[in-house]
Design a protein around this ligand. Structure first.
Ligand SMILES: NC(=O)c1ccc[n+]([C@@H]2O[C@H](COP(=O)([O-])OP(=O)(O)OC[C@H]3O[C@@H](n4cnc5c(N)ncnc54)[C@H](O)[C@@H]3O)[C@@H](O)[C@H]2O)c1
Ligand SMILES: [Zn+2]
Length: 243
């Protein structure tokens, strides 16, 4: 049984949290590797890569329409709410970097949030520089087109083979940099530790002197990098940890 004693959250502590698909599992959103039929019935490179989109954009839009539909019926769980309460308590001494695209952290109330892999309910144009926009629409038949330039619209998701937005990475790096001379806790939850650069953040934080804590159902690939590992469901562990 893992040690569930609360984190020491004294005055001045700064917390960088990193979440992955496991945090949304208890809301009913399947993780990447739990086959649920959605990821299982497709090859990742067909539905979540620029080459896949170039080959068959309507397949990609059907896939993301199913994901939009599924995520729209889900609500934040106690793990999301615990992170929102932590932000309310720490204010600018808190930052949440998430690999999730489901929007549940924002729905729970987190605003100091970096959605490193994009957002399921945001669309952008593949042709012009019009800014990405909120979009809940589903496209099972026709491929949506840009009203401004006529090019295909695409989900605002960082696909395999694409790079993260440098501004997002800079926000995370700045937070770590500003933590110099303060106590910094890096808290990862529900992430398998294999998708870079998110998986490398623990090492960056360690070099900056952070204490590193992991909450995950099972030991992930980069488990050795953590000072404290709590095996369990994030919906049960996170509320206890900040208690
Ligand atoms: N909810 C989402 O937005 C969503 C869902 C699936 C995939 N993705 C994308 O796929 C990639 C997958 O990488 P990843 O590391 O985020 O996910 P992953 O699926 O590779 O790993 C999830 C981890 O969470 C753990 N886990 C499962 N249920 C848990 C629970 N209740 N509490 C705590 N831990 C639990 C698993 O043991 C696993 O180690 C990411 O790039 C992400 O953008 C996002
Ligand atoms: Zn356009």
């Amino acid at each position: 049984m893992s040690d569930l004693s609360p984190l020491r959250l004294d005055d001045g502590v700064r917390v960088l949290a990193l979440t992955g698909a496991g945090v949304s599992a208890e809301s009913g959103i399947p993780t990447f590797r739990d086959g649920n039929g959605l990821w299982e019935s497709h090859r990742v490179e067909d539905v979540a890569s620029p080459e896949g989109f170039a080959r068959d954009p309507s397949l990609v839009w059907r896939f993301y329409s199913l994901r939009r539909e599924a995520a729209a019926s889900c609500a934040p769980n106690p793990g999301h709410r615990a992170l929102a309460e932590l932000e309310a308590r720490l204010g600018e001494r808190f930052l949440l970097a998430t690999q999730n695209v489901d929007g549940l952290h924002r729905a729970a109330g987190n605003e100091r949030l970096v959605e490193m892999h994009g957002n399921l309910f945001t669309t952008r144009c593949s042709g012009c520089d019009r800014p990405p926009f909120r979009d809940e629409s589903l496209h099972f038949d026709a491929i949506p087109r840009c009203e401004r330039c006529g090019a295909m619209l695409r989900p605002h998701i960082v696909w395999f083979g694409e790079t993260l937005d440098p501004a997002d990475l800079a926000r995370i790096e700045d937070f770590i940099h500003e933590s110099r001379g303060h106590r910094l806790v890096f808290l990862a939850a529900g992430t398998s530790g294999v998708v870079y650069p998110a998986a490398g953040l623990v090492e960056v934080c360690k070099r900056a002197g952070a204490e590193t804590v992991l909450v995950n159902l099972e030991a992930p690939a980069n488990v050795r990098a953590f000072d404290r590992v709590i095996e369990g469901r994030s919906g049960a562990v996170l509320p206890a940890l900040f208690g």
